[in-house]
Design a protein. Sequence first.
Lengths: 613, 214
Amino acid sequence: MHTTDWLQLTLYVGLLALITKPMGLYLHRVLDTDGRTWLDPILKPLENFTYKLMGVKPGKEQNWKQFTFSMLLFSLVTCVFTYAILRLQYYLPLNPQGFSGVSPDLAFNTAVSFTTNTNWQAYTGESTMSYFSQMVALVIHNFASAAVGIAIAAALVRGVARHSAKTLGNFWVDLVRTTYYLLLPICLVFAVFLVSQGMVQNLKANDTAKLVEPMKTTIGQVDKDNNPVTDNNPDVTKRKQLMETKTVTEQTISQGPVASQVAIKMLGTNGGGYFNGNASHPFENPTPLSNFFQMLSIFAIGSGLTYYLGLMTGNKGHGWAVWTTMMILFLVGVLLCSWAEASGNPIHHKLGVAVADGNMEGKEVRFGIFNSALFATITTDASCGAVNSMHDSFTPLGGFVPLFNMQLGEIVIGGVGAGLYGMLVFVVLAVFIAGLMVGRTPEYLGKKIQSYDVKMAMLALLVLSASILGFAAWASVSKWGAPNPITGELGDGTNNSGPHGFAEILYAFSSANGNNGSAFAGLGANSLWYNTTIGIAMLIGRFLMIVPIMALAGSLVQKKISPPSAGTFPVSGLTFIVLLLGTVLLVGALNYLPALALGPIVEHFLMHQGTLF
Amino acid sequence: MKEFLTEIRGAIMSTLILAVVCCGAYPVAVWAIAQIAFHDKANGSLITDADGTIRGSRLLAQSFSSNKYFQSRPSNAGATGYDGASSGGTNLGPTSEKLANGVHMKNDKGKDVDDTGNFDGIKDLIAAYRTSNDLKETDEVPADAVTRSASGLDPHISVRNAELQAPRIAKARNLGLERVMELVRANTDGAGLGILGVPGVNVLALNLALDSLQ
């Protein structure tokens, strides 16, 4: 790493540490029904009016079943809402390009993807989605799924903090307050900043530029409906697309309301790009400065939530211990990933690529190696999934880091809310293991952890790994697992063969289950089979994880608190951090190492031998 | 049952209210501020010539192939490359044969033919770069010059890449090398805040600056 790389990393971690406490304090006010903020004069009337229209009594709290039911119902309604808009976009306004409706399987996949905060994108934004679809059908989930995640985290924290109680707060209140007081104001400022860096924000149709130098190129012929024109070989399977030499004189310049969408996409750890190139597209991430603040916004709320945890439980040391554990995992990831990318690819070095430049395939010059590796680590530590470089073209170990981050459950800061409740599952397990080691009943902040609680925690973890590994195994041995990325034909090789092809499949299901949304994008995932299985995996990864966690919250909230004694296991300090790290890594490593060995790890050695596929 | 209906109402109403506030009021507010405060940037940082024709965006790469222009990075955006409506990279992995050595379809007689499957690998791009810039077989080639960017629209090339191309441009345009390098420096976007990211030379801006010399 260069000196400037270390400086950037220090600046990043330093700023993140600085905003953690203020963000936590603000979250504490937002997530309290009667909390006061300086935005009250403007937003309080809107908030009350919203409750009135919804018929919600803000003072009425819910138990875990009611809370979960409201959350599921809300997710269902918003999901159907999005599905309907995508299917009908041709008839809806703000469609200057005249895009037709989205196919049923792709609409299902996309609706689920955005509802679950995954933002897996099997489509190319700039050539599939109308402005209305982008602005309404997709952006609504960028806000809503982020608010839902924070609401669930708040409910779990309340479950830990309260005792001998039944209720965990009111879902609708958390949803509305989080959106109004937290997400909207920050996004408004952030989006304007992004425009100042060169991000577009307009509602005009695409522009056409007259190229400075016309481009001569030979490409496959297509008819006016964009279908390939082929020769007349009697054997249909052997038909070849005819070629034509064309002089391209124009370039389409895609436009749209990008900045407003990108602000919430990052802050809400959604990650769904406006353009296909996501945060690598110059209109979606114009400068290193916009890149830096996009990275900071991914971690901002999740980091603040750890302070909120400490504040609510009256044990700030616990909040910081959780934060420190996350930071250790984060730093190890960044260092490994940037080292691997800076070392580059010996196969390409042998051809004549400058060794000092590292692996630039699929990376942008303005970000360079380090900011690409840093972004990749952050986006998969959190469940963001935005990318400013193509993970598929990373070196094997460089690509291993994002893959492993997702498989750990994205608990390193994590998705907004989702990261904290995911990490608390590991905390419960760590406390349980500590209890077993010393032979005492495990206690977490004065509450006895009993068999029901551990079962729920384990269920949340096992569902995830069973789904990732199960789906990946199924796809790997099936014809539908390797569609041709261009034609979509089944069983005819992926974009990449060998261990990298397997890594693409493993990455897809890790991303879907982890609700991340980034991809080894060479996989031809816009097929009926993938759209459906990945859609199901995203639902499993979101809701089959939330329900046991809410059950755990419901159980914890009822428990009595016993005063700490000499034998109480402290949940702050170095011992706890080491134990938590061990639990996270053991569970992650044991579940996924065999699969990882068949993908990136074996590929690393093959690359150094010079093997090509 | 009554409670259930209240919940349904809450879910439907909140969806509609969120749609109005987050998907209507919010983007329109950003749009209004952006159009007033940063009109040029909010509309794509377009470069227009004297008669108002759009010649490109400062932020989007175009293809350049003749000797008098600096060349952008290779692109995998769309079928033609540099397609502004279809951003993306190759997504080829580190052990990909296609990425390293390319694909060149041959007919029955073993001659190269045009085919949609054809692809220039890093090996081919290196050979072309060395030939056009008069480099030796043993010279290392800057990585950004022979790899495709993530978006396929990367507006920059590395400073080293520009330095290696500069003599070719100076010769083709009958300019002093130092004059060309001055323009390269003038069209280099520095690192953010002095330390963020990597400096890069904006190819489109540089080539237009070269054209306006004559």
